[in-house]
Design a binder for this molecule. Sequence first.
Ligand code: SF4
Length: 283
Amino acid sequence: MEIIVGQTSGFCFGVENAVNGTQKVLNDNGRVYCLGELIHNNQVIKSLEDCGMITVDNLNDVPKGEKVIFRAHGEAKKVYELAQQINLKVFDFTCPKVKAIHIKVEREKEKSFIIIVGKKNHPEIIGTKGFAGKNSYVIECEDDILDAYMEYEKTNLGRVYVFSQTTFSSSKFDKIVEEIQVNFYEADVFVDKTICDSTENRQQETREISKKVNKMIIIGGKNSSNTKEIAKVAEENCNHVYLVQTADDLKGVEFSGQDRIGIMAGASTPQKSINQIIDFLKA
Ligand code: SF4
């Protein structure tokens, strides 16, 4: 059996920063609240919760004066305002790449209709939309473009600024942008492909590995957007793609000594989880 492990597998810079930062806050303070799941990985969350992290879905569930973590996905502007109103100490681990998008969106929103290409319910997109204000629209697929155009027509803006979710599929973004340019032909359309290089490199390496193997294992949370995207990329070239969280998910899959197996992991997957899968395959 040959195993090829992607060099770009595992924690990205933003996730690593959020996990290490949270661990430091816990070491210094003993307890901290986290707004939403810190990362899409149950084992990492459990170990931080064992150290005192308390995950909440709503800022109003954090007692006044307490400490709260904003995760790498970022939050909407009104969430920062609410945190201030209820006197919370915020440890902001929004990834600098997401922060840069918020700054650009704020700069553009007075003069442009903002289009964000991404998953409507993804926390990063909810946060970015919260900075973009009313003259904005989220496009998830080509079918949304007409509705976006109707919203654009209600404004007096002649300029359209297109951003992307940092973990969106690069090829899907390019296709959607082509359609936007056709439909918004009389507007000045500016395209800012804000897909993170960590995401692009991971998708590219997945594409290359999946061409060389007969089975591909993608490790990551089932609700992780970037993990689902790399699984889709692998499926373009490989007929046996397994999206797993732990080695338990591989029980029942038949492996043989002739297999060439590719391994890639999402941005929220720690090295420990990757090693566990490699050990399982070797055993
Ligand atoms: S995928 Fe990129 S933008 Fe998102 S948290 Fe990681 S480094 Fe930041």
